[in-house]
Design a protein around this ligand. Structure first.
Ligand code: SAH
Ligand code: SF4
Length: 361
């Protein structure tokens, strides 16, 4: 009798509990007649046991469980593809109605970072970024952001990988500040002690600087902030990041400074990301300009060797140039980190995420 009913149709009318932060989950549960403490119990099942079956939640009454079953679902899209790099980096791909979401796991000695996506594609079209070269599809839902962490944790547990996720960076596909509300709700769940329980110092939101959203963000959530600056002046930034014509360097940095005043997560300053592009933004003069620009902003500078992708004519600055650039900044007192390229062989490095499944030999 039910044969023709499609499961996604059923779930569309149901609330996905992975879309709700603690406050909204509580309101929903109270509307079902549940006691307030059941919010924490259910979150514990979801985020500690990765349980998506109400029947297994034995400390919740049968009456509430059956109402939950009627009106809601716990649904985290599964990864359909996994690519493992020689350096241990893993890229996972989720497919929703043929649209692809990419998530990257980057293990290090004492920590492991999960790089999550916030949109499918990106409308900002920075010229040096593969994500921006494809059509923008849509914002991710909260549950689709959360599902990336949920499934990654589940797989790491199953594979018995000891290096569990300690840090989360919003540096995958998309511009998080163009999906402000969903990204903030997802971060609330990541921070919640009954959610993933990570500290605000272990979550980084990277943005190309959507100023009105950044101005709002300071009243919404406190996490580590990374600004994709990539140029020491508006002339160069206009050439490589079209969004600079709307929000120029001055207004982005002013907004970031204001965020700093409100933030405890950024006690040691914000991160400035600077992609190293041969002959475009990597001269000694550019380093001097950058130092001048940042002299009043508590910050550390991340120099990112540019990752190539098919169809792009940029060239990555050579290592000698990057070291000279870094040393000019260091001599002026800046903390400079040259970012290691991870997962390049599986197209999982910064700016290489396109949402396309590439076949490897
Ligand atoms: N949209 C956000 C977050 C995603 S991009 C932002 O732009 O900040 C994450 C980082 O990778 C950004 O600093 C971005 O500028 C950088 N990036 C993009 N393309 C890159 C490439 N091809 N090589 C190296 N870094 C790149
Ligand atoms: Fe979008 Fe960030 Fe890529 Fe620019 S660098 S196109 S903002 S994802």
């Amino acid at each position: 009798m039910y044969k023709n009913i499609n499961i996604t149709q059923i779930s569309k009318s149901k609330i996905n509990l992975l879309d709700l932060n603690r406050k909204k989950l509580k309101i929903f549960l109270m509307s079902l007649g549940a006691k307030s403490f059941s919010t924490q119990q259910i979150m514990h099942w979801m985020y500690n046991h990765y349980c998506d079956d109400f029947n297994k939640m034995l400390n919740i009454s049968i009456k509430i469980r059956s109402k939950l079953y009627e009106q809601s679902i716990i649904f985290a899209s599964k990864f359909i593809e996994e690519r493992i790099s020689f350096d241990g980096t893993i890229k996972w791909i989720t497919s929703i109605n043929d649209q692809k979401i990419e998530t990257v796991y980057i293990p290090e000695k004492k920590r492991a970072t999960l790089c999550v996506s916030s949109q499918i594609g990106c409308p900002l079209k920075c010229h040096f970024c593969a994500t921006g070269q494809n059509n923008f599809q849509r914002n991710l839902k909260v549950s689709e952001i959360i599902a990336q962490i949920w499934q990654a944790n589940k797989i790491l547990k199953k594979k018995n990988i000891k290096n569990r996720i300690t840090n989360i960076v919003f540096m995958g596909m998309g511009e998080p500040l163009l999906n402000l509300n969903n990204v903030v709700t997802a971060i609330q769940i990541i921070l919640d002690e009954y959610g993933f329980g990570l500290s605000k110092r272990r979550i980084t939101l990277s943005t190309s600087g959507i100023v009105p959203a950044l101005d709002k963000l300071k009243h919404m959530i406190d996490v580590c902030l990374a600004i994709s600056l990539h140029a020491p002046n508006d002339y160069i930034r206009n050439l490589i990041m079209p969004i600079n014509k709307k929000y120029n360097i001055n207004c982005v940095l002013n907004s970031a400074k204001k965020y700093l005043q409100y933030s405890h997560a950024n006690r040691n300053g914000i991160t400035i990301e600077y992609v190293m592009l041969d002959n475009i933004n990597d001269s000694n003069n550019n380093a001097e300009e950058l130092a001048n620009l940042l002299k009043n902003i508590p910050s550390k500078i991340n120099l990112i060797p540019w990752n190539s992708f098919l169809g792009s004519s940029f060239i990555c600055s050579n290592m000698n140039r990057i070291n000279i650039f870094a040393n000019i900044l260091r001599n002026k007192g800046f903390i400079v980190i040259i970012r290691k390229n991870r997962g390049q062989d599986i197209n999982a490095a910064c700016g290489q995420l396109t949402g396309k499944i590439v076949k490897y030999d």
